[in-house]
Design a protein around this ligand. Structure first.
Ligand code: IVH
Length: 684
């Protein structure tokens, strides 16, 4: 290749890598597989090696990807946070071992570890207390996510044992275990939000949430694997990790000391299959020189240490055939193409269906019925079709045509600018959408009425219900029309429906199924506005002023309440006795908080004003800032990170809403719904 060709190719590769780095680290929605990304990086490295004069400091080969985001304070890393050289071949691992042998002679060992597939974190402990947590950022400066990290259950706020340095750093990975990932995605799909592609994206997206309280519910988990040698004095990496484990830090004990390449290969082979049994994602093995002295001698390149290398597992894939393509209409009207496949075993399960995401994606891949396709599990979970085996395409195959009309009701589909999806706009006439909304209304996290998909289907087909308000008009006689329903099942359903009238406002709001209004947004809106009339009357500006509500959610809520049919349905539900306002605190006095100065921060299940009134009604004093005189901080959702940090600094106690309610006589506390146990997949 001549130089002018190389310049062209280098520029193309740099663009591609930068774009995907941004999608990976910042948007948490990569469009390129890790393997393709690594191959493109290798191609760029090779070209730059051939034409070193073309290397620029901002080339992706010289920098680690950046996850920096607005909304977080940023701090420089004490020691740069680098990445690792990657390889997919055992030969390259052998070459790494040979280089080490040559450079170090005899007398060194390797420490082999799993390569955890999450998002990197750097923890700084000072005087045995967690002081600061930074993301990798661009490797030089990281985002301060301390408040969020404090919500991760296996990260200690205070170290145990003794012997820890007064001020040191330890690095590792924040992961989202598969179970938490599946639960989160199920919730997101239920409210029409795009699911995360894999647990890694879910982990980094969750770590960057602006509301620490929400992070607490995401089930994140941490594993630590590196103490910079400048930070502590140990002879070996393994000893440093063992000491960290003694201090109560979460260090994986799946590492193994190896004496040479054959032991390394055994470790790789063992974990290539065993890792599938782990409850979290791993994407390879990291091989490190164990002796600190040798690590220091080998040093670093601009991007990675010379004393370590990562061997990455190939994503598992399987070849199978497309039997048909379905176009599924969701409750929001979004139409998703789904391929039905000849069942094929892959990573422990049998794959029968794979999503084709949306029209653009499907057309880009040009998947056709009858095609042989490669199926991969993105992050080991969601099966997706990554490529078509064109050599096996039947000669008579025809291009799959994404429908122009709704497969259910025949209405012409529309696209929305901000989304890649196509929608059926016939919200009030499309049976699938109507049934989807009815099911959502009754679902466990909404009105919690015992009735499943089949029941709703029958009710709808018999013409008994078409809007949620219709459920409350149902009587015994009409319910007996349902197949195999007897007096007992009718009574059970009617009792459950009656009980649902006590459902708190925030859940009723969620049950309405307003686009983009999930459980936590519904909670925020209910707490902020107090009742449906104030919410319905709110301007776009007022809506945007609420917690996490951005332009898209504000517009969706605003439009929902501008539709007279929605308002009429709400009136009917209100007439049936459903709750459309948050329970008001009763001003019953007690002395339970006498002499206590309390600072409140964040959102609660009642409005902040109501909470302040409750404090005063029980003899407490409200104050706006944390100081030595503060008795405790009452922290709700989205409590201010600065306030939390100040409390940590001054040793001021932080009390949750639930703990606070236990401090005051129950008659003085408003009817706050009991905090439910998070449902597991088996409950759903
Ligand atoms: S050591 C100086 N050990 O992989 C290098 N990294 O692709 C320190 N990772 O940035 C990193 N598991 O986020 C190390 N056992 C492990 C790891 C690991 C996962 C991540 C880490 C790193 C990335 C490089």
């Amino acid at each position: 290749m001549d130089k002018s060709e190389a310049i062209l190719k280098i520029n193309q590769l740099r663009e591609l890598l930068k774009e995907n780095s941004y999608r990976y680290y910042v948007l948490n929605a990569p469009t390129m597989s890790d393997y393709d990304f690594d191959q493109a990086m290798k191609a760029l490295e090779a070209l730059e090696a051939q034409f070193p004069e073309l290397i620029t400091p901002d080339s992706p080969t010289q920098k680690v990807g950046s996850d920096l985001e607005r909304g977080f304070a940023q701090y420089p890393h004490r020691y740069p946070m680098l990445s690792l050289g990657n390889t997919y071949s055992i030969q390259e691992v052998e070459a790494f071992a040979q280089r080490a042998d040559k450079a170090l002679g005899k007398g060194f060992t390797y420490c082999c570890e799993l390569k955890f597939d999450g998002t990197a974190i750097c923890l700084n402990y000072v005087d045995g207390k967690l002081f600061r947590a930074l993301t990798r950022g661009d490797g030089v400066v990281g985002d301060d996510v301390t408040a969020n990290v404090r919500m991760i259950s296996n990260i200690p706020h205070t170290l145990k044992g003794k012997g820890w340095p007064r001020d040191f750093e330890i690095r590792g990975e924040i992961l989202m275990p598969f179970a938490a990932f599946e639960r989160l995605n199920a919730e997101r799909e239920e409210i029409g939000e795009a699911p995360f592609a894999n647990p890694r994206n879910a982990a980094s997206g969750s770590l960057k949430l602006l509301n620490p309280q929400e992070v607490a519910h995401r089930g994140l988990w941490c594993t630590l694997y590196h103490i910079p040698s400048q930070s502590v004095a140990f002879r070996t990496h393994d000893e440093a990790l063992a000491a960290a484990a003694d201090w109560g830090l979460p260090v994986s004990d799946l590492r193994r000391l190896c004496n040479g390449i054959s032991e390394i290969e055994d470790y790789i082979e063992y974990w290539d299959t065993e890792r599938k049994k782990l409850p979290y994602a791993t994407d390879g093995i990291v091989i490190k020189i164990n002796e600190m002295e040798y690590q220091t001698a080998l040093g670093f390149t601009a991007k990675s240490p010379r004393w370590a290398v990562a061997y990455k597992f190939q994503a598992e894939r399987a070849l199978t055939r497309v039997l048909s393509i379905d176009y599924q209409v969701g409750r929001t009207g979004a139409v998703t193409p789904v391929a039905n496949l000849e069942p094929v075993p892959l990573s422990g399960t049998v794959v029968k269906r794979a999503t084709l995401n949306n029209k653009d994606w499907m057309e880009q891949l040009d998947v056709r019925v009858g095609d042989s396709v490669w199926v991969e599990k993105g992050g080991e979970i969601i099966p997706k079709i990554t490529a078509v085996e064109l050599s096996k395409r039947p000669s008579d195959s025809v291009k799959a045509a994404f429908p122009e009309v709704c497969p259910d009701c025949g209405t012409a589909l529309v696209s929305r600018e901000e989304e890649a999806k196509w929608f059926c706009p016939n919200q009030d006439g499309c049976p699938t959408q109507i049934k989807g909304r009815l099911e959502h209304f009754l679902s466990r996290k909404a009105m919690n009425v015992i009735a499943g998909e089949a029941t709703v289907n029958q009710m709808y087909n018999l013409g008994l219900v078409s809007t949620p308000a219709d459920f409350y008009d149902l009587d015994e006689r009409s319910l007996l029309m349902l197949e195999s329903w007897k007096e007992k099942s009718v009574k059970r359903f009617l009792d459950s429906l009656e009980a649902s009238k006590q459902t708190p406002f925030e859940k009723v709001l969620y049950a309405l199924g307003i686009r983009f209004v999930g459980e936590s947004t519904a909670k925020e809106l209910a707490a902020h506005f107090g009742d449906v009339d104030s919410l319905a009357g709110a301007s776009l500006e007022e809506l945007r002023a609420v917690g996490d509500v951005g332009d898209v959610i504000a517009a969706s809520v605003y439009e929902y309440f501008r539709d007279p049919r929605h308002m009429a349905m709400i009136e009917r539900l209100r007439a049936h006795g459903l709750r459309f306002s948050a329970a008001a605190p009763q001003a019953k006095a007690s002395d339970a908080l006498a002499g206590q100065t309390i600072v409140i921060s964040g959102n609660f299940s009642i409005s902040r004003d109501a909470m302040k009134a409750l404090i005063e009604a029980n003899g407490g004093k409200n104050s706006s800032s944390v100081s030595g005189k503060t008795s405790f901080l009452l922290a709700g959702e989205k409590a201010g990170p600065e306030k939390l940090r100040k409390c940590e600094e001054l040793g001021v106690k932080v009390v949750s809403e639930k703990e606070f309610m236990d401090m005051i006589p129950s008659a003085a506390a408003p009817a706050v719904p009991a905090i439910e146990k998070e449902p597991t997949l088996f409950d759903l």
